[in-house]
Design a protein around this ligand. Structure first.
Ligand SMILES: [Zn+2]
Length: 220
């Protein structure tokens, strides 16, 4: 049973959704760096305030800070039962730091899942994302429309396309992602941990079974 898993995937690849499916099915802790940031910020912890100072300046949160945040999450007792890392590591220094943190606990990563998706599929899927301008409820023009087109089911607000989702910004995000992640793919391939899962369709029973078979090493 694989218990320590890293999920790699471009923005919009379904990484968050699949991380949740795996962690629910295997009773693992889902550690998403985005959630960690939000939690620390909301609780105004010293770490959170440090993160905030970078975000307020529009600067990137440095690796060192992200690493401390993840280390804190991995030290929690829930992580001892296994975890799915979603959004970390993003760089080689982060991957090396992770190895050092795990070594302190005597742990090793079991599998690194690369969620592969064709660029045009990802662009189509991302462009279909909608959001309520009132309450932030997400919708999707293809798979999850509100009952009345353009009107939020929850608050009656206007449902619009996400402003940051244009073909140009998506392509830009993909480029940045690939530039940063390509070395990581090699890093984990060399360690014989990398498995590739083609995520072209929505999650269903069949794709779930396939992913679990891949993680467990049956289909490598
Ligand atoms: Zn709403």
């Amino acid at each position: 049973m694989k218990r320590r898993i890293i999920m790699l995937g471009a923005p919009g690849s379904g990484k968050g959704t699949w991380s949740k499916i795996i962690s629910d099915a295997r009773k693992l802790t889902h550690i998403a760096t985005g959630d960690l940031f939000r939690r620390e910020l909301a609780a105004e912890t010293p770490l959170g305030l440090e993160v905030k100072s970078y975000m307020e300046r529009g600067a990137l949160v440095p690796d060192e800070l992200t690493i401390r945040l993840v280390e804190k999450a991995l030290t929690g007792e829930n992580a001892a039962l296994g975890f799915v890392l979603d959004g970390f590591p993003r760089t080689i220094p982060q991957a090396e730091a992770l190895e050092a943190i795990l070594a302190k606990h005597g742990w090793k990563i079991d599998a690194v899942v690369d969620l592969a998706i064709e660029e045009d599929v990802l662009i189509g899927r991302t462009l279909a994302r909608l959001v309520c301008s009132g309450c932030g409820q997400p919708y999707n023009a293809v798979s999850m429309q509100p009952a009345v087109e353009g009107v939020c089911d929850r608050c009656g607000g206007e449902v619009v396309r996400r402003g940051d989702d244009t073909e140009e910004t998506i392509k830009k995000r993909m480029e940045t992602y690939h530039a940063n992640t390509a070395p990581l793919i090699d890093y984990y391939r060399e360690r014989d941990l990398l498995v590739t899962f083609s995520n072209e369709g929505p999650p269903n029973e069949e794709t779930r079974d396939l992913l679990f078979a891949i993680i467990d090493g049956d289909k490598r």
